[in-house]
Design a binder for this molecule. Sequence first.
Ligand code: V47
Length: 340
Amino acid sequence: MDANDALKLYDLELFELGERASEIRRKLHGDKVFYNRNRQINPTNICSDYCKFCGFSAHRKNPNPYVMGVEEIARTAKEAADRGAKEIHIVSAHNKDVGLEWYFEVFSNVKAALPDIHLKAMTAAEVEFLARTYGKSFEYILDRMIESGVDSMPGGGAEIFDETLRKRLCDGKVKSADWLKIHKLWHERGRKSNATMLFGHIESRAHRIDHLLRLRDLQEITGGFNAFVPLLFQTKNNYIEIDRPLDAEEVLKTIAISRIVLANIPHIKAYWVGLTLKLALVAQEFGADDMDGTIEKESINSAAGAASAGGVAQKLMTDLIAGAGFLPIERDSVYNEIAA
Ligand code: V47
């Protein structure tokens, strides 16, 4: 499928598109909807990059800079694991004050406290920031991550790959080609990662398709992406003015098209944090097969207006999935099923 064919999918009627995406989804995963028990930790919000869509980093609209202590981070992870979390998802802002080693100490401390936990950490944007700031290669940063206990990489920092738009949205942050290169290097190390796309801001349908095709092409080479996560832009506390948020039809079409175009990526995650739980459930009928997880505490989307700060209880998650007619499946971070 080329860009024109993919773009034409948007012309299909919503439910026809949903049927096509559902067919692929059901072939791959039947009635299953995956979720995990996870905890997000964002150790610092002090950022040297300036992304117009971000409400999380400490700036004029969010003037509360913080850095968590290394022990505090490990303690927070341990408390979450004691409550049943199987994955700790750590993403930081690009903080020049804490030093290179701090990033690795955070990971090795969590792993020392919790040797069996799955540590999903460091976006490609963080990898590029550390490499650039400290004069290191991407390979060096990735190898140090592995040494300090990082198991997989989240998909953040991809935003939208189109270079012109990227310049307007987040000039100075990891370039699209480098985002892809970092994931390729990570996959070459036998590791898995996810891929995101931030949509619903100033991008066009064609920009979204371009983004999907670049991911599809890399996946063809490495096979290292587990899940694609379309992140719906949250509109508050940031520096992007849009006339109105995307309507549900356009969101569902975009998710369905992701399922169709990215037939080589096993999972499509409807990230409930940005979509709301209800739309994330509807998205399961439009190609998605995953809800992300219980999360416990969410800071990035909620800083920009999402009602996700407190996470969601496991029972509510499974009740909602079952109530929508699907089979709730708890998974680990690389999609092994966890027996109930
Ligand atoms: O890269 C920033 C996004 C991302 C806003 O890999 C915003 O499983 C919406 O990548 N509205 C970080 N989104 C979060 C992320 C993620 C989340 C959950 C699961 C996974 C995964 C990855 O948050 C950033 C950026 O694209 N973001 N501002 C906003 N206003």
